[in-house]
Write a protein that binds this ligand. Structure first.
Ligand SMILES: NC(=O)c1ccc[n+]([C@@H]2O[C@H](COP(=O)([O-])OP(=O)(O)OC[C@H]3O[C@@H](n4cnc5c(N)ncnc54)[C@H](OP(=O)(O)O)[C@@H]3O)[C@@H](O)[C@H]2O)c1
Length: 316
């Protein structure tokens, strides 16, 4: 499970499940480029194949990718994709060593110790699914780290993600070098589940900015104004925001190459709504945004989140 680098440091073999996605591919590549042996799996194999140029082993099944890996990362669209690839007889968990693994492995009672595999779940899947994943991992005796990320295609490619780490303290030393390879910052949030809750909070903000930005640009255009006048008016002040400018540019230029697909943004808005409902919170704006993104995703789900603008654009 662990080997040595040329400098003699211990390295973990890392499996990346979902290694052909917008996020999974650069994550796998950056881990490989940091010197870790990487084993990758993607449902559509061809999307992960470019990783072979970085020495990544492309596996035929999730279990083949996970076999022999000390750390298994999931970076998949949603909860169903995560549980389908990890659970079940052919899933990655079935080959990950833990105290409840098949006899013959190198085992101790500590599921976060060096001889056990760790599952690092980085997809955005919400609270109930994260709990289910933790239970799946516990059932197997595998350590579980809930670590969703902030950042999109470009920060993922640049190794500049912000990682919202939650899970056992004992796992931290093992995963820190991996997080250093893919992120600019790791925020320790608490026990597994807390990272996912913080991700929902951050996404609520991101989705609100884009939804309100889309309507603001549509309003300017509908009132016969160049949206550039709006951006000029807020420039350099407290209301200015690089993210709004980036998404606003995509809207005015109608360039919706996906960095964060609208279908996934709609999924995340639903996760926010479900979490708020579970806590009895009254968040009507989040509710309206979820409806709006769901409507847009029906037509433009594979375009970037900024394409929510098309639902409001005066000349659509
Ligand atoms: N993009 C962003 O800006 C961003 C930022 C932060 C967090 N996230 C979150 O990160 C996760 C991945 O996002 P992404 O942008 O990388 O999405 P993506 O490009 O659409 O990739 C999704 C991945 O999930 C796989 N997949 C989907 N359904 C599957 C199934 N039933 N069984 C097995 N594999 C399945 C896809 O395989 P195929 O290639 O075969 O379709 C692909 O590998 C999502 O939870 C997303 O919400 C995204």
């Amino acid at each position: 499970m662990a080997g040595k680098t040329e400098t003699g440091a211990e390295t973990e073999t890392v499996a990346v499940i979902g290694a052909g996605g917008i996020m999974g591919l650069p994550i796998a590549r950056n881990i490989a480029r940091a010197g870790f042996p990487v084993r990758a799996w993607n449902r559509t194999r061809s999307k992960a194949e470019p990783l072979a140029a970085d020495g990544v082993h492309i596996a035929g099944t999730p279990a083949e990718a996970a076999r022999g890996a000390g750390i298994v990362i999931t970076m998949l669209s949603d909860a169903d994709a995560v549980t389908a690839t990890m659970g079940g007889p052919g899933g990655a968990l079935s080959v990950m060593p833990g105290p409840n693994a098949e006899p013959g492995g190198d085992r101790t009672d500590d599921p976060h110790g060096p001889h056990h595999a760790l599952w690092v779940q980085m997809s955005t899947i919400g609270e109930p699914a994260t709990k289910r994943c933790a239970e799946l991992a516990n059932g197997r005796g595998v350590g579980f780290v809930d670590a969703p990320v902030l950042g999109t295609r470009q920060p993922a490619e640049a190794g500049q993600l912000v990682i919202l780490e939650s899970g056992p303290e004992e796992a931290r030393g093992r995963i820190r070098p991996i997080f250093d390879a893919i992120g600019s910052k790791t925020i320790r949030v608490g026990e597994a589940g807390a990272g996912t809750r913080l991700k929902l909070v951050a996404n609520n903000w991101v989705l609100a900015v884009v939804a309100a930005g889309a309507e603001t640009i549509a309003l300017a255009q509908g009132l016969g104004l160049d949206p550039g006048l709006f951006f000029g008016a807020i420039e350099g002040g407290g209301l200015d925001m690089p993210y709004l400018r980036m998404k606003g540019k995509a809207m005015t230029e109608r360039n919706f190459e996906p960095a964060f697909p609208l279908r996934l943004a709609a999924k995340d808005a639903d996760l926010v709504r479900a979490a708020a409902r579970d806590r009895g919170l009254d968040l009507p704006v989040a509710d309206a945004i979820a409806d709006r993104l769901a409507a847009g995703a029906k037509e433009h789900g594979d375009l970037d989140l900024a394409a929510t603008y098309l639902t409001s654009a005066p000349d659509r």
